[in-house]
Ligand binder design. Structure first.
Ligand code: GDP
Ligand code: MG
Length: 339
């Protein structure tokens, strides 16, 4: 990866901004294929090289004030040092919401000795570890005898069904687990057909539940499965009634609920979606379509707002290969970009 970044820098100069770096590790296939690295860069004319801060007192004041920086989360206190101003601009340009950015900088400053508050490089290093800490990730499931039931919920078109197919294929074909699929997305014939087609290709059973009662029956019939993946209909976050209905389906079922959000979602919509789906308790987060954007603030925003760990990220339309287990260092690097 470093080699790839270096060669981009050599070609386009030190100010080339790294927008996207990804190690194309084939999850569970990792042992089979060579690793590939992808680095997407740009030259940002507004980027300023790090400068030395000349106002430590302003920093001291700001770090100890509420919100760390400013009561108004949409503006940065103009008395902040140039180092902090510059970092703030950098994070906001990476689509990290302003209030999250302010919170991060505040936390970093309170953890750093005062003599380092002017040092952009040091703040940056701390920022990287803080973001890695904040983006909690989890390994995929251990199968020690207990059956796992996993439900994917989220808005329409984010990639729930495709992600289910990816997870199912990886666990079934490569992980050698007994996987079963259930769909409660019966609003469109095409949605049921889509899942059935995947199930057929993978060679695993699929059942369709038309009511909460039927869902429980389907689960009972799949008692021999190590992993049951449940697909749901996309719900508009503006339709609380639909989300209430989803909640009825999930009541009384011991399942792990994964909220699926696309990395291309607008920041404001992310908050609305989380608020609406918050009616259902969210255990894990899956971020899809990392390949369709160059900034990943949505990942941090979703983790911060839901307080749920990230399980998988998806990186393309390919089934089963375009899915990865999220690891926090890698995700933090993706969110923040290169120093
Ligand atoms: N680029 C890209 N497209 C994806 C990804 N995951 C799913 N899609 C595409 O998004 C569209 C909607 O996917 P689908 O699984 O039907 O979404 P659902 O409505 O949430 O079930 C399809 O065209 C998928 O191929 C991804 O990680 N990257
Ligand atoms: Mg679907």
């Amino acid at each position: 990866m470093q080699e790839a970044v270096e060669s981009l820098r050599q070609e386009y100069g030190r100010d080339a901004v790294i927008l996207h770096t990804i190690q194309k590790r084939r999850w569970l296939w990792g042992r089979l294929g060579p690793k590939r690295y992808e680095v997407l860069g740009a030259i940002d004319p507004t980027f300023k090289s790090p400068q030395t801060n000349t106002k430590p007192h302003a920093l001291e004041h700001a770090a100890s004030s509420e919100g760390g920086l400013n009561h108004d989360a949409s503006r940065l206190d103009p008395s902040m040092s140039e180092a902090v101003q510059s970092l703030y601009g950098r994070l906001v340009r990476r689509d990290i919401p302003k209030d999250v950015t302010q919170g991060l900088l505040k936390d970093v400053l309170t953890r750093l000795p005062k003599q380092d508050w002017n040092d952009e490089a040091k703040i940056w290093t701390r920022l990287c570890s803080l973001v890695a800490e904040r983006v909690a990730t989890v390994d995929p499931w251990e199968f020690s005898g207990d059956q796992r039931i996993v439900v994917l919920i989220g808005p329409t078109g984010v990639g729930k069904t495709t992600t289910i197919a990816k997870i199912a294929a990886n666990f079934s074909l490569i992980g050698d687990k007994n996987v079963g699929l259930i769909t409660v997305d019966t609003y469109r014939i095409a949605a049921v057909e889509q899942l059935k087609t995947y199930a057929e290709i993978i060679g695993i059973p699929v059942q369709v539940a038309y009511s909460p009662r039927e869902l429980k029956d389907c689960i009972e019939r799949m008692a021999d499965r190590d992993l049951i993946l449940i697909d749901t209909a996309g719900r508009s976050h503006n339709n609380y009634l639909q989300i209430g209905e989803l909640k009825n389906y999930l009541e009384g079922i011991e399942a792990e609920i994964h909220l699926v959000i696309s990395a291309t979602t607008k920041s404001r919509d992310v908050d609305e979606i989380i608020k609406a789906f918050g009616q259902v308790s969210i255990d894990r987060v899956i971020i899809t379509k990392l390949d369709e954007t160059a900034t990943y603030g949505v990942v941090l925003q979703t983790c911060e707002r839901t307080k749920a760990p990230l399980s998988f990220v998806t990186t393309g339309q390919g089934v089963p290969e375009d899915i990865e287990v999220a690891t926090n260092d890698k995700i933090a690097q993706l969110i923040l970009g290169d120093a």
